[in-house]
Structure formats: C-alpha cells, structure tokens
Design a protein around this ligand. Structure first.
Ligand code: RP5
Length: 189
C-alpha cells in the first residue's frame, strides 16, 4: 500500500527546547491531518514555544492513546492539542485520560462529511470531560489558545501575545486606510 507522505515544508526551529521537555503536545489521528495541524506548531513557534508533534490514532492505536494521555502530565506537558477528522474520537478520549486541558481541532479530512462529523464528535462532549473545540481546521487558533494558557504563568509568552494582538490591530488599520483610499465614505476615522 502506498504510504501517505505530506508536502509540508517542515521548519526546523532554532528555539531551545525546554529542559523539562515540551510544554505543548500536538497529536493527530493520521499523517493526513498534518497539513492542517502543522498550523498549531507554526503558531506556537511564533511565541517561541516548541511543541512536540506526533500521530496518535484513537481507533488504530488505542493503547498508544491511553499511554500518551496518561503520561503527558508527568512528562511536563501543560496543554494538549488534538486534531482528527471523520469519526474524531481522539480529542475526547485524550481528555478522558488526563486532567490536562485539551484543545480539539476538527479536521475536514478526506473521509469527512463536509467536516460536520469531526466537528460534532469533538464539540459534543458529555458533562465532566471538556474539550475546548476550535473552528473546523482551526489549528492556528488552537496554537494561540495553548500559548494563552501557558502565558498565565509565563510573562515572556504573555508579552509575545500582547505584541501579536497589536500586530493584528495594525493589519486591520492598514486595511481601513486602503479601503478609505479607494474612495468609500468613512466619517468614523
Ligand atoms: C481520522 O481519519 C484521522 O484523524 C484523519 O483525519 C482521518 C483519515 O485518516 P487516514 O485514512 O487519512 O489515515 O482518524
């Protein structure tokens, strides 16, 4: 069987690994999720957090899932980002096996019915086992949210998040100027 490979350019980061191991664990159900889930890793690197990233399949490797979730906290991981498509049980089952916060990323995969299946599987968790679900394919937001959680106890990450907010403001204000220059009426600015 042909092995799936991804065309993603894998950045090697200059960021020094935390001596105590990665603070964020990114897991996904299949290598086919990597194109989307790489967005979470890229985002975290912007805040100088180097996450670990691997494949953990709820259905194909249930024992690996259990071990990953159960060992994450003692390995120093603070937040887990889990992404999957289709019948996406990975984020929920990770959350079932750890007290760490879990951010779920519904992936619109090749076996997905327009993404609704993975979205609802991840979103509709029962009472007692929360998964913070981001938008369909919203891995970048998952990365930002993980950084925000870490920033509660890390002033350096908090500073980078503040700068990121300002940058977004600058980008929008640039657009405001562009649209105004096109001749549209704007008496607000
Ligand atoms: C899910 O099924 C994976 O997370 C992936 O999104 C989807 C398809 O997996 P592959 O058949 O591409 O490995 O479990």
């Amino acid at each position: 069987m042909a092995k799936q490979t991804s065309n993603i350019k894998h950045q090697t980061s200059n960021f020094k690994q935390d001596a105590n191991g990665p603070l964020v664990g990114i897991v996904m159900g299949s290598e086919s999720d990597l194109e989307i889930m790489n967005g979470a890793a890229e985002m975290l690197r912007q805040f100088e957090v180097e996450p670990e990233l691997t494949i953990v399949s709820a259905h194909r490797t249930p024992e690996r899932l259990r071990e990953y979730a159960q060992k994450a906290k003692e390995r120093g991981v603070k937040v887990i980002i889990a992404g999957a498509g289709g019948a996406a049980h990975l984020p929920g089952m990770i959350a079932a096996n750890t007290i760490l916060p879990v951010i779920g990323v519904p992936v619109k995969s090749s076996n997905s019915i327009d993404g609704w299946d993975s979205m609802l599987s991840i979103l509709q968790m029962p009472y007692g086992v929360p998964v913070a679900t981001v938008a369909l394919n919203g891995a970048k937001n998952a990365g930002i949210l993980a950084a925000q959680i870490l920033a509660l106890h890390d002033t350096s990450i908090a500073g980078k998040l503040e700068a990121f907010k300002e940058y977004q403001d600058d980008i929008v204000m640039e657009s405001v100027k562009n649209v105004k220059n096109l001749g549209y009426r704007n008496e607000f600015d």
